[in-house]
Design a protein around this ligand. Sequence first.
Ligand SMILES: N[C@@H](CCC(=O)N[C@@H](CS)C(=O)NCC(=O)O)C(=O)O
Length: 221
Amino acid sequence: MAYDFYWISGSPNAWRAMLALEYKGAPYVSHRLDPSKREHKTPEFLALNPRGQVPVLNVDGSIITESLAIMAFLERAYPTPPLFGETPAETGLIWQRIFEVVNYVRDPIETGVVRVISYGEAMKDPEATKAAACVATARLDWLEDILAREPYLAGESVSAADIATMPIIEMLARFGAKPDAITLALGFDDLGRTHPSIAAWLERLQAVRGYDAAYPPHWRK
Ligand SMILES: N[C@@H](CCC(=O)N[C@@H](CS)C(=O)NCC(=O)O)C(=O)O
């Protein structure tokens, strides 16, 4: 039986859940919501998730919100190929990486930089934007250090840690190339030069099963 999956194009949280669905080969019916029409705030959608947020997975009437919860559900429902490791040590490291990214990487990038640029607010206080970019760069440097030593964030194989992190970094690369970011020289427009191991990791992830299907359609030219 196919699940019902609700998402918004470009939402990093929906992206990671959708990529997990695709990677696992799980059957699902896609419900793409249009945020400009506030389709994520309709009474019908709020009945699924009162927060009015994506992603949402409807599993035969059981509603799962929270991208990481959806990924954990998929791991139990479709153990192969694994995303959360095969040994206790692997599983521990994968969750460690996920929480490190959620607790220390996501906000400086998504809130500190991406949101400011996407809301057109980067030039309102250039010094504040540059200061936020410095923090985000330090978090990127941390990822770069891991990926200079390992092909994936939790070792030799692609895992949930990579799938959970990749959309955040893709967002930074996309918005870091916008004119305001270039004007302020935030330094996110050429990851191949500044963070070559991250750039190589992003390229490796493009070969992961389901990458193309989960890629935000409105980002395609
Ligand atoms: N912690 C949640 C966050 C969900 C979330 O923030 N979704 C955003 C898109 S990335 C959303 O739906 N925003 C619309 C809104 O809050 O109105 C998860 O990981 O799924």
